[in-house]
Write a protein that binds this ligand. Structure first.
Ligand SMILES: Cc1cc2nc3c(=O)[nH]c(=O)nc-3n(C[C@H](O)[C@H](O)[C@H](O)COP(=O)(O)OP(=O)(O)OC[C@H]3O[C@@H](n4cnc5c(N)ncnc54)[C@H](O)[C@@H]3O)c2cc1C
Length: 408
């Protein structure tokens, strides 16, 4: 490839930074331009609702690379730069400052942004969202001064923030329209395990309800009104109701878009010189035989490099088993696969579910389609291999602690 080729990456977060790293590792010696609208160099978001939010992890630990890495590796990192338009015909992107950057190949790694709750009073001070490091710092400061927190949404971010708020000594009420926590992510059975964990820590759940209005005084939130008409005192509200993929550039350029930027298994979009990876990509997944959009850290960590290799013409078929982890109080867990309601017909457990030291296997037609290890470690790779194998496994063996998962 000619040395003067320019590969542009839009989105300077985990996906974008890992893609740049892989381009260099794989020997690409052209120009790499990494454009990001945030002012921080690429960082990882999971600590923002866990250790960093709790004040237990230093800021220096969240970054993907050391500050000098970009210059040392010839990566032209441009921060505080918003890309406003993509022109796949002219092969260039436009920037908010009026400039343009031409590319030979482009990677869209624009991620996602929090879904907003459209309720009266939603713009009052003290109604917070969590996506960026600044949000986490604002939330940490707010938790110090808060006593009654309302969390809107019992998804991962809502529950992790709830755990942090309890650790900060706040009373917390979680308002969730579904009948259980984490319904969309895990289904009702395992969602119940997490709700019980929080209840034991004194958290109150209002399932089957939504927040219809925020009220306040002096511009600051003081109450959240639920769909049942109840009024909850709240000096801090955290809204965690999901994320929306940042597809604006792709849509504006006429690329195929639908729940993310549509891409093939090589992470190539409908425009041949444009790739997409990470939270924004809805890519064909060979294991599932359909397009899948995964909003997990590991998909950024692995998807960025996969896109980079594909850009280098290495014939990529990106088929990583989706992987997710969470820490709440003293519970740590990893999940492999996508155990969404409707994708499984049975769950088999091994270990002590009540004591929260177990593995759960979600099965469909006798094969394991997803697995979660809770306070049990060094088994997730074996669970992923089991999912990938698609083989039918005897339930008695799945439940038997004496049968290593690798031997199932
Ligand atoms: C608080 C929090 C906790 C999380 N915890 C976990 C966890 O425990 N486990 C887990 O597996 N996953 C977790 N995740 C999810 C994980 O962080 C995401 O999957 C991951 O950040 C996706 O990386 P990405 O690079 O694809 O997108 P993002 O991290 O969203 O980064 C995209 C970047 O692109 C920039 N950008 C967007 N549009 C433009 C534009 N037009 N011009 C320039 N720049 C642009 C954005 O500003 C952003 O910096 C968490 C997420 C959050 C927010």
């Amino acid at each position: 490839m000619p040395a003067e080729s320019t590969y542009v990456i839009v989105g300077a977060s985990l996906t974008g930074a890992k893609a740049a790293e892989t381009l260099r590792e794989e020997g690409f010696d052209g120009n790499i331009v990494l454009l990001g609208e945030e002012y921080e160099r690429p960082y990882e978001r999971p600590p923002l609702s866990k250790g960093y939010l709790l004040g237990k992890e230093e800021k220096s630990s969240i970054y993907v690379h050391e500050e000098g890495w970009y210059a040392e590796n010839g990566v032209d990192l441009r921060l505080g730069v918003r890309v406003t338009a993509l022109d796949p015909g002219a092969k260039q992107v436009s920037l908010a400052d009026g400039g343009t950057v031409a590319y030979d190949l482009l990677l869209l790694a624009t991620g996602a942004s929090p879904r907003r709750l459209n309720a009266p009073g939603g713009d009052l001070d003290g109604v917070l969202y969590l996506r960026r490091v600044g949000d986490s710092e604002r939330l940490q400061a707010a938790l110090r001064g808060a006593s009654q927190v309302v969390t809107v949404g019992a998804g991962w971010i809502g529950l992790e923030v709830t755990a942090a708020a309890r650790e900060a000594g706040c009373e917390v009420t979680v308002v969730e329209p579904e009948a259980v926590a984490l319904h969309r992510q895990l289904g009702p059975e395992l969602g119940g395990v997490f709700a019980d964990l929080h209840k034991e820590h004194g958290v109150v759940f209002r399932f089957g309800e939504s927040v219809t209005e925020f009220r306040g005084s002096g511009g600051k939130v003081s109450e959240a009104v639920t769909s049942s008409g109840d009024v909850l005192p709240a000096d801090l509200v955290v809204v965690g109701i999901g994320a929306i993929p940042a597809t604006g550039l792709a849509a504006g350029a006429g690329l195929d878009v639908g729940n993310g930027v549509i891409a093939d298994a090589g992470l190539r979009t409908s425009a041949p010189d444009v790739f997409a990876a990470g939270d924004v990509a809805n890519a064909f997944h060979p294991l599932y035989g359909k397009h899948v959009r995964v909003e997990h850290w590991a998909n950024a960590l692995n998807g960025g490099p996969a896109a980079a290799r594909s850009m280098l013409g290495q014939g990529v078929s990106y088929d990583a088993v989706p992987y997710f982890y969470s820490d709440q109080y003293d519970l740590g867990m990893e999940t492999a696969g996508l155990p969404e309601p409707g994708t499984y017909d049975k769950i088999v457990y091994r270990g002590d579910v009540d004591g929260r030291e177990f593995v759960a296997f979600w099965l469909s037609g006798g094969a394991v389609v997803a697995g979660m290890n809770v306070n049990v470690w060094d088994v997730n790779d074996d669970i992923q291999a089991l999912i990938r194998s698609r083989r039918r496994v005897a339930e008695a063996h799945l439940a038997d602690l004496d049968v290593p998962i690798a031997d199932l």
